[in-house]
Write a protein that binds this ligand. Structure first.
Ligand SMILES: CC(=O)N[C@H]1[C@@H](OP(=O)(O)OP(=O)(O)OC[C@H]2O[C@@H](n3ccc(=O)[nH]c3=O)[C@H](O)[C@@H]2O)O[C@H](CO)[C@@H](O)[C@@H]1O
Ligand SMILES: O=P([O-])([O-])O[C@@H]1[C@@H](O)[C@H](O)[C@@H](O)[C@H](O)[C@@H]1O
Length: 379
C-alpha cells in the first residue's frame, strides 16, 4: 500500500454501486474523531452513497442529531456501561444490524472501536474493514491499548494514520511495516468554516476550544493568559469553548486570579463557527495531540494559531500561520500570545495564509475522496 492524499477525480462508482459503508465511531459525544467520522458520513450521504453509522463505546450523545437530520440509520452500543453478557449480546445485535443494512465496508475511528466491530463485521461477511487511528499517546503510554492495537492491526484490511507521528507509533507497537499504513490527513468543512469580517480594533479576542480533559491542559492556557494580561495594557479577552472534567478547576483559577471580566466560559457549543469568526487568534495548550480539528477549523476561519508543539501540531502550524511553545510552559505560551496580540499586521498576514493552507490541504472533500479510493480499491 502506498501513501496517497492527492486530489483526483472521485471514484463515483463506489457511490453508484451497491456498496454500503458503515462508519463506526467511539461515541456520539463531541470529539475530534466523532466530528471527522460524521463529516465523512455526511459527505458520502450527500454524494449518493449508502451509508450507516454506529458508535460502540457510549450511548446516544449530542452528535446523533447529525445522523438523524440526514435520515441515516444509526446504532449506539454503549459497551462501556454493559456487563460481559450485555457486551456479547450487543455485538450479536451489531452483526444482525450490519447484515440487515447489507454493509459491505466498515470504517472504524480508533483501534478501540475496531476491536469492538471486528468480530461482528467478520460474522456479517464484511471483507472491507478499515481502521483510522487518531492519536499516538495511548499507543505509546497505555500498554492495554498498545496490545489491542498490535492484535487487531493484522486483522483490518487497511490501516490508516492521521499523521506521521501516529503512523510511527502504530508501526512501533504493532510491528506492521510502514508501507502497510496509509497516511490520510484530517480534513474539515472549509466551505462552512470561513473567515468573518475583519474587525477594526478594541478588544483582542482569543478563542480556546476543546474537550476540558487533562490532555488539553486548560490551566496552562489560563496561566499564560494571565501572564500576558499583566504584561500589556491591551484589552485581552479569552473565550473558552467546550466542557468536561477540568471545568471546575478552570473556573476556580479564574475566580482566585480575578480574571472574571476577561475570561468567558462558553460551555460546549453545537456550532462554534460564530465565535471563531469573531476572534483575533486561536489558542491551544495541549500536552498531547494528533492533528486537532479545532486548529484546522481556526485556520480555515483565517485565524493565526498559538499552540504547544506536540503531536502533529508542528507540521500544521508553521511560522507562516502561527507561533509554537513547548507544552506545560505558561511563560513561553504567554510570550507567543503577546507577540500576536501586539501585532495586527502579523495577525492579518498569518490569517490570510492560514485560510489558503486550510482550503488547499485540509478540506473534507480531499479527505473523503482519498478514503473513497480506499473503499473502491477493496471492492
Ligand atoms: C488528544 C488527542 O489525541 N485528540 C485527537 C482527537 O480529537 P479531540 O477530540 O481531542 O479534539 P479535536 O480538536 O480534534 O476536535 C474537537 C471537535 O469538537 C468540536 N467542538 C469542540 C467544543 C465544542 O464546544 N463544540 C464543538 O463542536 C470542534 O469544533 C472539533 O470539531 O481526534 C482528532 C481527530 O483526528 C485528533 O486529531 C486529535 O488530536
Ligand atoms: O474518552 P473521551 O475523552 O470522552 O473522548 C474520546 C477520546 O479519548 C479520543 O481520543 C478522541 O479521538 C475521541 O474523539 C473521543 O472524544
Amino acid at each position: 500500500m502506498s501513501t496517497d492524499s492527492s486530489e483526483s477525480s472521485c471514484p463515483e462508482e463506489v457511490y453508484r454501486s451497491k456498496a454500503t459503508i458503515c462508519v463506526a465511531l467511539y461515541s456520539f459525544d463531541v470529539g475530534g474523531s466523532e466530528r471527522l467520522g460524521l463529516d465523512l458520513v455526511k459527505y458520502y450521504a450527500e454524494h449518493g452513497a449508502n451509508v450507516v453509522c454506529c458508535a460502540t463505546r457510549r450511548g446516544l450523545g449530542p452528535l446523533v442529531s447529525i445522523v438523524k437530520s440526514l435520515r441515516i440509520p444509526y446504532l449506539a452500543l454503549d459497551l462501556e456501561n454493559r456487563t460481559r453478557f450485555g457486551r456479547a449480546l450487543s455485538r450479536f445485535l451489531l452483526m444482525r444490524w450490519l447484515v440487515n443494512h447489507r454493509v459491505t465496508c466498515i470504517h472504524a475511528q480508533h483501534f478501540s472501536v475496531y476491536a469492538d466491530v471486528h468480530a461482528p463485521a467478520v460474522a456479517a461477511g464484511i471483507k472491507n474493514r478499515i481502521v483510522t487511528e487518531h492519536t499516538a499517546e495511548p499507543l505509546l503510554n497505555d500498554r492495554k491499548y498498545a496490545k489491542l492495537t498490535a492484535r487487531f492491526a493484522h486483522k483490518a484490511t487497511s490501516v490508516v494514520a492521521i499523521n506521521q507521528v501516529v503512523k510511527d507509533a502504530l508501526c512501533h507497537v504493532s510491528g506492521i511495516p510502514a508501507s502497510d499504513v496509509l497516511l490520510i490527513e484530517n480534513g474539515i468543512d472549509t466551505r462552512r468554516f470561513t473567515p468573518g469580517d475583519i474587525r477594526s480594533s478594541g478588544q483582542i479576542r482569543i478563542v480556546w476550544m476543546g474537550r476540558l480533559h487533562p490532555d488539553k491542559d486548560i490551566l496552562t492556557a489560563l496561566s499564560a493568559f494571565q501572564e500576558a494580561t499583566i504584561a500589556t495594557n491591551l484589552e485581552l479577552r479569552l473565550f473558552i469553548v467546550g466542557d468536561g472534567q477540568e471545568r471546575k478547576k478552570a473556573e476556580k483559577f479564574v475566580d482566585i486570579n480575578n480574571l472574571g471580566t476577561k475570561v468567558v466560559f462558553e460551555g460546549e457549543l453545537n456550532d462554534p463557527l460564530p465565535i471563531l469568526q469573531q476572534a483575533d487568534f486561536f489558542l491551544m495548550s495541549s500536552r498531547t495531540e494528533g492533528t486537532p480539528l479545532v486548529i484546522l477549523e481556526a485556520l480555515s476561519c483565517g485565524l493565526p494559531v498559538v499552540a504547544t508543539a506536540v503531536g502533529g501540531i508542528p507540521n500544521t502550524i508553521t511560522e507562516e500561520v502561527g507561533l509554537l511553545a513547548p507544552a506545560e510552559n505558561p511563560s513561553a505560551l504567554a510570550r507567543c500570545i503577546l507577540i500576536l496580540a501586539k501585532d495586527r499586521e502579523l495577525r492579518l498576514k498569518m490569517g490570510k495564509k492560514a485560510r489558503e493552507i486550510a482550503e488547499f490541504t485540509f478540506s473534507v472533500e480531499r479527505m473523503a475522496k482519498t478514503y473513497t479510493k480506499l473503499y473502491a480499491n477493496l471492492e
